[in-house]
Design a protein around this ligand. Structure first.
Ligand SMILES: Cc1cc2nc3c(=O)[nH]c(=O)nc-3n(C[C@H](O)[C@H](O)[C@H](O)COP(=O)(O)OP(=O)(O)OC[C@H]3O[C@@H](n4cnc5c(N)ncnc54)[C@H](O)[C@@H]3O)c2cc1C
Length: 479
């Protein structure tokens, strides 16, 4: 029986059994349709709110499969989505009725300890990459949760415990291999296809990256890090301290402040479980001695109910937040870049933390600054180099009955913090309705004009339409 696939122009393309068979004959990975037992598992992504059904899923086993899939999509003009690890909050990895190109089986990592670089295939999670690089006491600049995919995190900018020292994840790319809309396999680096290399560091509309080559830095394998917690009654004092501490902390020290209900985590005392708390997750990626000195003021801040800051493997630090972000819950995230946090912003955050309606939700402040601001704004479309913090309002809950209340809570908090924002949300965090994060206000006219010209050059027919909500981007000229 033929399979009906949505076309990019909104029409329908019938794929006959013969066409599908011819595709399968050359494809080394797996081809999955709604008839297969693996269908539901394969179409499911991290956010349980997203429930989309592609008509065809092709699970690539290598670069040649990606080339074949892109040519297939182009030939038939399918609506298409690309899945790295499926962590995008808007669910861009999976399209309804179209072709999903799934890279999540491609998890190879090759480390060159002498050159201090690593090449990672696009289906890798952060954990896959950290595991291999840490064998050599090296690390790439990645994010805070080890199950997240490297692919979209990197093309969207990317930040984590090493960002203050070395910049966005994409600032530390040496090269990328990608498949362009015409099915060509190309390398993008400073010395080759430099325009594509520029565009793909902060904007993902130009092709499917098959592998990323990252610059690595000496980190660990043991670092000083962990978390401390206080009762919510102390939140104002702790956030005031956080404000001052982050203003002078060395670049090796990165702090994440979290307002939430205490989960039943082993590092928190039982009597605090289920009660509102404020926690600070902290990582010092330099020497243990320097870390002890840097964290001394934090340890002196009184009334902590838990302190798990200790010498520990860097890979453990990188997965400390994993349990709080399991796949399958219903999630809605809202984010702002903040230039600073003042007393008024602290009051707004505390007031909204009190209104949280789920034990899984959180208000999270990530500290940036440092190396980020040292590159000029035009270095790449990732931008936002003036931001001091990322505020992430992470609404998370389990039942569809609670959708309205939890969606409302995140939006109320987001709106209340609008006045403190530098403008725009993190390109890796927007929900579906937020659409394109490359606007004149966030990037400036020259960057938008450059992106538009490159889209015209590399993907004039908008094959990569579902990527980074490009359909909603004003700078992507209509066909
Ligand atoms: C639990 C959690 C923790 C997070 N922590 C951080 C963090 O610490 N720092 C941070 O910066 N971000 C963080 N994020 C945001 C994260 O960067 C984005 O969710 C990102 O989309 C994850 O990448 P992915 O490969 O899983 O995306 P997917 O959902 O697989 O893909 C989404 C879109 O990315 C594009 N894409 C995927 N693969 C490719 C490719 N190979 N080439 C080109 N485009 C591609 C496609 O357009 C696709 O539609 C976190 C997200 C979650 C859910």
């Amino acid at each position: 029986m033929a399979i009906a696939l949505k076309a990019a122009d909104g029409g329908v393309v019938q794929v006959s059994p013969e066409i599908l068979q011819a595709f399968k004959a050359n494809f080394a990975g797996a081809v999955v349709t709604s008839e297969d037992v693996a269908f539901d598992e394969t179409r499911t992504i991290w956010d349980g709110l997203i429930d989309r059904r592609p008509s065809l899923i092709v699970r690539c086993s290598g670069t040649a499969d990606i080339v074949q899939a892109v040519r297939f999509a182009r030939q038939h003009q399918f609506l298409m989505s690309v899945r790295g690890s499926g962590h995008n909050i808007a669910g861009l990895a999976v399209c309804d009725g179209g072709l999903m190109i799934d890279l999540s089986l491609m998890r190879g990592v090759w480390v060159d300890p002498v050159a201090r670089t690593a090449r990672a295939q696009a289906g890798c999670t952060l954990g896959n990459l950290d595991r291999e690089t840490q064998l050599h006491g090296l690390a790439a600049v990645l994010g805070f949760v080890s199950t997240t995919g490297v692919a979209d995190l990197t093309v969207g900018g990317g930040f984590g415990y090493l960002t203050r020292q070395y910049g966005w994840t994409c600032d530390n790319l040496v090269s990328m291999e990608l498949v362009t809309a015409d099915g060509a396999l190309v390398r993008a680096a400073a010395d080759e296809n430099a325009d594509l290399f520029w565009a793909l560091r902060g904007s993902g509309h130009f092709g499917i990256v098959t592998s990323f080559e990252y610059r690595l830095f000496p980190v660990g394998p043991e670092i000083l890090g962990g978390a401390m917690a206080w009762r919510a009654e102390d939140a104002k004092d702790v956030l005031d301290f956080y404000r001052q501490f982050t203003a002078t902390a060395p670049r090796e020290t990165t702090c994440v402040a979290v307002l939430r209900i205490a989960p039943p985590a082993p590092w928190l005392p039982k009597e605090i479980h289920g009660k509102p708390i404020i926690a600070i997750f902290v990582c010092h990626s330099g020497s243990i001695e320097a870390g002890e000195a840097a964290m001394a003021p934090l340890r002196k801040l009184g009334r902590a109910v838990a302190d798990s800051v200790k010498r520990r493997p860097y890979t453990q630090m990188q997965s400390l937040l994993d349990a709080t972000q399991p796949q399958g819950r219903r999630y809605d995230w809202k984010s702002h870049y903040l230039a600073r946090i003042d007393a008024q912003a602290v009051d707004v955050l505390i007031a909204h933390a009190k209104q949280m309606c789920s034990p899984f939700s959180a208000i999270v402040l990530f500290h940036l600054q440092g190396a980020l601001a040292e590159l000029p704004a035009e270095h790449s479309p990732a931008g936002h180099r003036d931001a001091a913090y990322v505020l992430n309002i992470t609404s998370a809950w389990e039942s569809a009955d609670d959708d309205a209340a939890n969606l409302r809570w995140a939006r109320d908090c987001f709106e209340a913090m609008q006045g403190f924002s530098t403008g725009g949300t993190d390109i890796n965090f927007p929900t579906e309705e937020e659409g394109c994060q490359h606007t004149e206000a966030t990037c400036g006219k020259p960057t938008l004009a450059r992106l538009a010209a490159l889209k015209q050059k590399y993907d004039p027919d908008h094959l990569f339409q579902a990527t980074k909500s490009s359909a909603a981007c004003a700078w992507v000229a209509p066909k």
